[in-house]
Ligand binder design. Structure first.
Ligand SMILES: *Cc1c(COP(=O)(O)O)cnc(C)c1O
Length: 711
């Protein structure tokens, strides 16, 4: 599996996990605030971890404090919340962000290429500062830095967008003009060792999972001892005070590190850090990892740049500093890019991500929590951001192109276990899915009109167990939430809902409700089946209410759980059912998904696949026949006999349709065919519909006439 998201989080290696497991079986820790021997042992482990961390950064406890935090974000926030900006010299709050550095007292500044965790700090310091600046690197040249007092610069050491490493010599130049510098080292530490003897920032924030993958949920704030006075804690919490009186305002904080570590620290996680540092040593140290990953990045860039369409146009647009400036000192192992169509339009990153999923490539898309870099490299303006939000664009959604312009990018990033093979798979994916070929598959629909066709319902499916297969039936009773009993049950493992994406083996089961009385679950090979009376779960003595998506559920009991464990070859499975008279169900989207059999045929013929197989993969509720392929896309509403439905949305498809339910194997051709067909639009298949004239006691039956309307 090519994992290309090391900038998101690197992964622990197998040896590392084995070592951790060994450590874990011997480790018994207690609350370090207590005084018994296990507590003292815990304190010692924590203290030795602080020293180990300082050694890694080439410094000692003489120079820096180590404050344990939850992550980088938490560490940055501690600095911003407690930094002593002195007294405000101007009235009111800052309402504008300056693009240059301001002189004087009480300034807060950061690079435009900053993580949202840095940018968000401006709201923490608001009211305490006179100026907030968001600057380009070239503004921070020695001669342009104004003299300041009591001011904080949060310095991105490496861009998590494109891997650009900022010149750490600027830290000293800023300090010479009076700035306190807090380095956001989260991205840098993933592939570079920060040397705190060579560079001496006042504060350093980072997370350990970025260095060695495990444990998560621990970061640190390193504070230079001679600048510990520039942050001033004005509150306290458990574990941070030496003396306190609950009836007066009196409190005395503990020593520096403990004063900032509020509550009980993650001692087990801290104990595990040594295994991470050992892992880095096993790989020959961070210097070797840096060389290895830089080399892979160079190869990847070379390959991506060489990709051209048959018409000679480049396929990949890379976002990076100018290549002549690139060296291991100035560039980390990240490549941000977008893919370009032969006609110069863009492929959306969501489409790229979907194709990657088929090839098993794991990477990151979007803006990676760094809107400043995204704007800079993609040419997005503040006005466009405003316009995009009005068009419904939200962080992390699938809107990847607006007016043909990308709203984000694709990011690959390398780590110590990355190989050339990973790049090879990426190359194959781009060749197969994005380098244009002569093959065309897009029947023109313009001439077709929907009105003259009167299709019928051919198949009806309800899925009593979410994500599990189904058996077609000829009639279903309607409820306001879809067919009666649709997604009334769900399978959980260790209390987490199983879904098809993570557990394709779920489609090896089929579930159907017989006569409203029994739920029948069958394995695909029909070797084993289970019959559960619909009355069972409600009567079960040990039934318990568990909340899933705020839906109260009842557990169907041990026997059913064990049967599922056997059938799915998994441990700790339970079958849950919506509690009470099924007022709710586990349907994610609209109550019904309708697909057109002709569209299925088109795809089947194009890729030589079995129609029935494709039908199963699209998991629809209603299949209609007698309509030209893909014309359902233009419908706004429809009727089935006297039942009326409105079209809510198109159903966006992902790599799930590529999984063979029998074998669990992925074959990309179905999604590729659909993608070819959709050409420049979202990869959708089928439409979501909702009934608009519901009354109790209505049924939908196979053979019913369907009418589509386009208004
Ligand atoms: C990952 C990252 C962060 C945030 O780290 P958390 O562990 O999520 O707090 C901040 N800045 C940069 C540059 C990063 O890469």
């Amino acid at each position: 599996m090519p994992y290309l998201d090391h900038a998101g989080s690197t992964l622990p290696s197998k040896t590392q996990l084995e070592e951790l497991a060994k450590l874990q079986t011997q480790l018994i820790l207690a609350n370090p605030h207590s005084h018994h021997s296990t507590a003292i042992k815990t304190q010692q482990i924590v203290s030795s971890a602080r020293h180990r961390i300082l050694r890694y950064f080439n410094t000692t406890a003489d120079d820096y404090f180590v404050v344990f935090t939850n992550n980088t974000t938490h560490a940055l926030k501690i600095v911003a919340e407690n930094f002593n900006f002195g007294h405000r010299t101007q009235e009111g709050v800052v309402s504008e962000i300056s693009a240059v550095l301001k002189g004087g007292s009480s300034n807060f500044a950061y690079f435009n290429d900053s993580h949202h965790s840095v940018v968000g700090l401006r709201h923490v310091v608001l009211g305490k500062v006179d100026a907030i600046s968001c600057v380009n690197e070239d503004v921070v040249k020695e001669e342009c830095i104004p003299k300041v007092e009591k001011s904080l610069f949060v310095f991105t050491a490496m861009s998590n967008f494109c891997g650009k490493k900022y010149d750490l010599n600027l830290i000293e130049k800023l300090q010479n003009k009076g700035w306190s510098v807090c380095v956001d080292a989260a991205a840098l530490v993933s592939g570079t060792r920060l040397d705190l003897t060579a560079h001496r920032p006042n504060f350093v924030a980072f997370s350990f999972y970025k260095i060695f993958g495990y444990p998560t949920g621990i970061g640190a704030l390193l504070v230079r001892k001679d600048s510990s006075k520039s942050i001033e804690k004005t509150s306290f919490a458990g574990g941070t005070v030496q003396s306190v009186d609950e009836m007066t305002m009196h409190f005395v904080l503990r020593d520096f590190e403990r004063a900032y570590e509020e509550g009980t620290i993650n001692s087990y996680g801290i104990a595990q850090l040594q295994k991470g540092f050992e892992e880095i040593e096993r790989c020959g140290g961070m210097q070797a990892i840096r060389a290895h990953t830089y080399d892979l990045r160079s190869k990847a860039v070379q390959i991506l740049q060489s990709k051209t369409h048959p018409n000679g146009k480049k396929v990949v647009e890379i976002y990076s500093q100018p290549h002549i400036q690139v060296s291991p000192e100035t560039q980390g192992a990240i490549v941000a890019f977008n893919l370009v169509r032969p006609d110069n339009g863009y492929y959306g990153y969501t489409e790229v991500e979907k194709m990657c999923a088929i090839f098993g490539i794991e990477l990151r898309t979007g803006c990676f929590c760094n809107i400043g870099a995204c704007k800079k490299y993609l040419g997005i303006t503040s006005e466009m951001i405003k316009e995009n939000i009005s068009k419904g664009k939200r962080c992390g959604d699938e809107i990847d192109l607006i007016n043909g312009r990308p709203t984000g990018a694709v990011r690959i990033s390398f780590g110590r276990m990355s190989t050339e093979q990973d790049i090879e798979v990426l190359k194959q994916m781009i060749d197969t899915c994005f380098v244009s070929s002569e093959k065309v598959f897009s029947p023109s629909l313009q001439s077709l009109k929907i009105d003259p066709f009167l299709p019928t319902v051919v198949n009806l499916f309800s899925f009593p167990i979410k994500s599990v297969g189904s058996v077609a039936k000829s009639s279903y009773e309607l409820t306001p939430r879809g067919f009666k009993h649709d997604r009334e049950f769900l399978v959980v493992k260790d209390d987490v809902t199983l879904n098809l994406k993570m557990h394709p083996e779920l489609c090896r089961l089929t579930a159907t409700i017989v006569n409203d009385e029994e739920l029948h679950i069958q394995t695909f090979d029909q070797n084993d089946n289970l019959v559960i009376p619909m009355s069972l779960s409600l009567k079960e003595n040990d039934a318990k209410v568990v909340c899933k998506k705020t839906i109260a559920t009842l557990d169907c009991g041990d026997k059913v759980g064990q049967w599922l464990e056997n059938a799915l070859d998994m441990t700790n499975c339970r079958l849950l059912r919506v509690a009470g008279e099924s007022k709710k169900n586990f349907v994610n989207d609209s109550p019904f998904l309708l697909i057109n059999e002709a569209s299925v045929y088109m795809l089947a013929r194009h890729i030589n696949m079995d129609v029935q197989d494709i039908l199963t993969r699209f998991r629809s509720n209603i299949v209609v026949r007698g309509l030209p392929p893909f014309i359902e896309d233009t419908a706004k509403r429809l009727s089935i006999e006297n039942l009326e439905f409105e079209v809510v949305d198109k159903c966006t498809r992902c790599e799930m349709i590529c999984v063979d339910p029998m074998t669990g194997e992925k074959d990309p051709s179905l999604l590729l065919a659909l993608r070819d067909y959709r050409n420049k639009q979202k990869i959708t298949f089928g439409i979501y519909i909702r009934q608009s004239n519901f009354e109790p006691g209505q049924f939908v039956e196979a053979g019913s006439a369907v009418r589509f309307f386009t208004d």
